[in-house]
Design a protein around this ligand. Structure first.
Ligand code: P70
Length: 470
């Protein structure tokens, strides 16, 4: 007789199991839909998952941005909001948290990441200057371009290859950067725009050695090094795991050391920092700070609230503290890995190594019959929604937009569909349901034909574009 022997997650991998370092105090019901309802919702949304109503979504993996569950401490902090127009005590708490964990001196709050990107781009870029960075991010590059800058990708080549197993695929290629400086002259470089766990590369980390070397190079040429610290703690986890000498250091120590090699940073606190809204900018240079502090009052709000309520700043200050706990980061990335390992065992193509915040399915490899001009990653996101109501996000040719000079599509090497895992929100059983749906869609891959774009907005088209099946 064949008796089934059930195994725990840990036993399946020959180790002791781990669990999240929290328990659930409040729940939010989920709605399931029929296939017919999803077919209608998808047509109404122009086959764009950004345009779905969230009531029609079962498991929402669109983004890890602003979708975290806050802790009881953070909710308690919300009740301590000091809603003064000027000088809110919550601002000073936030300032202390950023100074302690990120180490910069002067802080400007903003309503979210792109508010900060706007201010830093307008302040630190002169028209016609180059902005080298480790792969583009949609909003970051757009703000750099709107300020008259020219973005240049200087990430290592390995980052553009979904199957390359380089442990720090987010690293800057120093030779590419030096060549740009030599060609254009240091005075024509606005700053180096470095991002931790590079989102568009699949959440790939930057090593401590790389940021140190960058610091030296920037010092030699007197160029500023500015950091997008949106997913810094996840980057710190990979340094702790993979870089010699860091296994014994805490996430907080590694994060602080990393920032210490840069001149300033901005962050979308909606990710690492476990809040539903918020962002900030922080620098060490007083003159730059003065300009930023002046500009924030034009676009965001007074420099002690930057578009946020006092309660939001309080939740952010507490969230920053919680985000730096080793156990939190280990379980967060552990959950992403659990799902990735299931999918990998089943042969589903994805970006490797798996990053910190998401699994990036390789849509080009899933649908070799769909040319990039027919949007394979957008197609995969639509199919996944149809199968189970799971919402994912396109990160391919639609996201890449058009070249401002030629007007042609950017055709990125990476054509990916992102399954983004919100922090502290879903359980292991949800991960199992997701894995089975991805497998069902993958098994039916031969039938996919692709999409055509029937509406294209001018800026950040992926948010509002509409498609029809081919
Ligand atoms: C995502 C979100 C936001 C983000 C980021 C990095 C590395 C800055 C920002 C902007 C939301 C998003 C944004 C554009 C396209 C799709 C999704 N990323 N830097 O889901 O911050 O959203 O607060 O203005 O990842 O990856 P914010």
């Amino acid at each position: 007789m064949n008796e089934i022997v059930h195994k725990t997650m840990g036993q399946q991998s020959g180790r002791r199991s781990w669990a999240e370092p929290w328990k659930i105090k409040m729940v939010e019901p989920l709605r399931t839909t029929s296939r017919a309802e999803r077919e209608k919702a998808l047509v109404d949304a122009g086959h764009n998952t950004f345009l779905l109503h969230s009531d029609d979504v079962y498991i929402d993996l669109l983004t890890d941005s602003g979708t975290s569950a806050m802790s009881d401490r953070q909710w308690a902090g919300m009740m301590l909001g000091d809603e003064a127009y000027a000088g809110s005590r919550n601002f000073y708490h936030l300032e202390q948290a950023i100074q302690k964990h990120y180490g910069y001196e002067y802080i400007v709050p903003t309503h979210q990441g792109r508010g900060a990107e706007h201010l830093i781009s307008q302040t630190a870029i002169r028209k016609g200057q180059y902005v080298p960075g480790n792969m583009y991010f949609t909003t970051t590059r757009l703000h750099q371009e709107l300020a008259g800058g020219i973005f240049v990708d200087v990430i290592i080549d390995e980052a553009h290859d979904p199957s390359n197993l380089h442990p720090f695929k987010g690293n800057v290629d120093l030779a590419k950067l030096e060549a740009l400086i030599r060609q254009q002259g240091a005075a024509n470089i606005a700053y180096v725009s470095l991002a931790t766990t590079v989102n568009m590369a699949g959440g790939q980390p930057v090593s401590m050695a790389n940021v140190k070397a960058l610091r030296e190079l920037c010092d030699r040429h007197k160029i500023r090094l500015l950091l997008d610290a949106t997913r810094l703690v996840e980057n710190a986890y990979f340094i702790q795991e993979r870089e010699a000498g860091y296994a014994g250091k805490s996430i907080a120590e590694i994060s602080r050391e990393f920032c210490g090699h840069t001149d300033g940073a901005w962050s979308s606190a909606k990710k690492d920092s476990l809040v539903n809204i918020g962002g900030w900018l922080a620098v060490n240079d007083w003159t730059l700070f003065e300009e930023l502090r002046n500009l924030v009052v034009v676009y965001e709000g007074l420099h002690t609230y930057g578009g946020l309520a006092g309660r939001d700043m309080e939740a952010m200050a507490i969230g920053i503290e919680e985000s730096m706990q080793d156990q939190h980061v280990h379980s967060r990335i552990g959950q992403v890995r659990y799902l990735a390992e299931l999918l990998q065992d089943w042969g589903i193509p994805m970006v490797l190594p798996v990053g910190g915040h998401a699994i990036f399915l390789d849509a080009r490899a899933c649908y070799p019959q769909v040319p990039q001009s027919a949007f394979p990653a957008q197609t995969l996101a639509a199919e996944l929604y149809l199968d189970s109501g799971i919402r994912s996000m396109e990160r391919g040719v639609v996201s890449a937009g058009r070249d401002p000079a030629t007007g042609d599509h950017h055709y990125p090497k990476l054509e990916l569909t992102r399954l983004t895992i919100p922090r502290r929100v879903y359980t292991q059983a949800h991960m199992d349901v997701i894995a089975e749906s991805v497998k069902a869609v993958y098994d039916a891959r031969g039938a996919a034909r692709g999409l055509k774009m029937v509406y294209e907005p001018k800026y950040l088209r992926f948010f509002q574009a509409r498609f029809e099946p081919l």
